[in-house]
Design a protein around this ligand. Structure first.
Ligand code: UDX
Length: 456
């Protein structure tokens, strides 16, 4: 098999498929990525992936190239894993990389083969691409197309690829389904649930899943706004809601909201596509989901400003975290960096520290200052703001940090710190959707899993 595009998704897919026993050729137009991967280096931070890359290269089943000629000659099935970023100046998805990957393959493939899209695309793309590849291919309709959406999370990419919670095959023929079954046989043999679908349903599953997750996060963050106006505590609320199996506690974590290369652009592209299809009303709520999410960022800046005494100009702010979530170096649409940028625009002196994402963050926002350690970032800070919940930040000792800062004031943008410990160490602690005073509500779990509300 070939895997076209060796970013977060494609590199992980190529490596894991080789580990599972397939002969894999990874293809990318960027020679630097190809060289890095071929020499055993993963060009981004993903726990567990470097070890799997070493294993795959060692096996001799994984190679990389920039040549589409080689790819067309090599593969029986071709996975297209290139990016579909938000188009410049629009909410639509930019499909130029997907179109180009399918076209480059189609022009060259001269024996029966299957092209499989994994990239997240607007509904109807697979059908349109099918016509395009039939026209371009020397073998016409013998070149078939299928869609196999990917649900991997950064930080858990290896686990999500080798042990997915489900597989979805969007196919237009029994032959295509058989090829996909063969391409995933070790994973199917392990009992992974499979949904076989038409092309449009397979495309829709992905955006519908990401929209649901984004909605769940924005739902609890909307409740945080209500909490702020009433003195209620959103953490207590989220915990109590989560015990209802029908609601569940996952993706109900309040705070700074969602970011990254998927959720934000996927909900925008979905809304845009639904409007084109004449069903914009059905997903109009996604506009609110997006707006609630954006408000979390400005509201976090408000809290920092309040703790800084009402104005940010000239204040030294330690911004802990830049990645869009922990265990990632990805800063695409990162709420953390956005908050740092907004603080900077109000003329604060912002010092950012992220354990893995400093380099990417510096590339995106060279005007901010970057520290090499947590301690260096907080020295002399008027306010510390936690923006990405890395374990290192959770584990930090509030008393030790307190000796480094200019003022013991912390905004916990991710509800990740122990408020009572910080307050006991003399810090003024603030978090979105939580009461300001020294009394914090705590949920104490009984042995019998019931819960009791106490006021400490
Ligand atoms: C997401 C989907 O989970 C995955 O299935 C899809 O394939 C790609 O998009 P990913 O972007 O890696 O994966 O991140 P995810 O773990 O979903 O987190 C997205 C964002 O939501 C992060 O910024 C995270 O901090 C935030 N989040 C998550 C919350 O704010 N609250 C939560 O309760 C959960």
């Amino acid at each position: 098999m070939t895997v076209i595009g060796t970013g977060y998704l494609g590199a992980t897919h190529a490596i894991c498929m080789a580990v599972l026993g397939y002969e894999v050729l990874g293809v990318d137009v960027d020679p630097r990525k190809v060289e890095a991967l071929a020499s055993g280096e993963v060009p981004f931070f993903e726990p567990g992936l470097p070890e799997k890359l070493a294993e795959a290269l060692e096996s001799g089943r994984l190679r990389f190239t920039t040549s589409f000629d080689e790819a067309a000659a090599f593969g029986d099935v071709h996975f297209v894993c290139v990016g579909t970023p938000q188009a410049p100046g629009s909410h639509a998805a930019d499909l130029r990389y997907v179109e180009s990957a399918f076209a480059e393959l189609a022009k060259r493939i001269d024996r029966k083969a299957l092209l499989i899209g994994k990239s997240t695309v607007p509904i109807g793309t697979a059908e349109r691409l099918t016509e395009m590849v039939h026209e371009l291919s020397p073998i016409g309709q013998e070149l078939e197309l299928a869609w196999n959406p990917e649900f991997l999370r950064e930080g858990f990419a290896v686990k999500d690829t080798l042990h997915p919670d489900r597989l979805v095959f969007g196919v237009a023929s029994a032959w295509a389904e058989a090829q996909l079954r063969a391409a995933f046989s070790p994973i199917l043999d392990a009992g992974t649930p499979l949904v076989v679908a038409d092309l449009a349903s397979a495309e829709l599953v992905k955006v519908a899943a990401n929209s649901f997750l984004a909605t769940k996060i924005s739902y609890i963050n909307a409740m945080a706004e209500v909490c702020e106006a009433t003195g209620a505590d959103v953490q207590v609320l989220a915990k109590a809601l989560g015990f209802d199996d029908r609601i569940g506690s996952r993706f109900l974590k309040p705070g700074l909201g969602f970011g990254g290369g998927c959720l934000p652009k996927d909900i925008r592209a979905f809304k845009h596509r639904a409007e084109e299809l004449g069903v914009g009303q059905a997903v109009a709520f996604l506009g609110e989901v997006d707006a609630i999410n954006t408000r979390r960022r400005t509201r976090t800046v408000d809290l920092v400003r309040e703790l800084a005494g009402g104005a940010l100009r000239g204040k030294r702010i330690a911004a802990l975290g830049a990645a869009f979530k922990p265990n990632s170096d990805d800063v695409r649409d990162a709420p953390a960096l956005d908050v740092a940028r907004l603080l900077y625009l109000e003329e604060a002196s912002v010092v950012v520290f992220d354990p893995e994402a400093n380099v990417n963050a510096h590339r995106a926002y060279p005007d901010l200052d970057y520290a090499d350690s947590l301690e260096q970032a907080v020295v002399g800070a008027d306010v510390v703001v936690l923006l990405t919940e890395w374990q290192q930040f959770r584990d930090a000792d509030p008393a030790a940090l307190g000796r480094l800062v200019a003022a013991r004031a912390v905004v916990d943008g991710r509800h990740a710190l122990d408020a009572d410990r910080y307050r006991a160490a003399g810090w003024e602690y603030r978090a979105l959707g939580r009461p300001h005073g020294s009394a914090t509500h705590q949920l104490v779990e009984h042995e019998a899993d019931a819960t009791r509300l106490t006021l400490s």
